[in-house]
Design a protein around this ligand. Sequence first.
Ligand SMILES: Nc1nc2c(c(=O)[nH]1)N=C([C@H](O)[C@@H](O)CO)CN2
Length: 121
Amino acid sequence: MDRVLIESLEVETVIGVYDWERTIRQRLTLDLELATDIRPAAADDDLALTLDYAAISQRIAHFADEHAFSLVETFAERLAQALLAEFPIPWLRLTLRKPGAVPAAAAVGVRIERGTLPEAP
Ligand SMILES: Nc1nc2c(c(=O)[nH]1)N=C([C@H](O)[C@@H](O)CO)CN2
């Protein structure tokens, strides 16, 4: 199935298991693949018939603002559930990176897939 993409989206949030991490905001970067059939939107050239990547990006920034989780796992899981509930997304792949968490690594993080990928027509 087709995908709408959001790549290298940067957000700031309170996240981490250590005491010092509860007092600062840290940057997370997100890549998302959002399954959708883009043909209706392309046929009518109509944003209302597809997934609005700008609106979804704004929602993710707001989600980061309003939560303060310990684990990147919790952030990813809860965000995925929110997006599936609030937008007509049947399936998504979410990669969440926490740059700088492990100095010897470019980034650490998680990748999850949630929802049901529809059969190709
Ligand atoms: N699997 C995980 N491991 C670790 C996490 C995490 O969220 N998931 N978090 C930390 C600390 O918060 C770390 O990022 C601080 O440098 C350690 N391991």
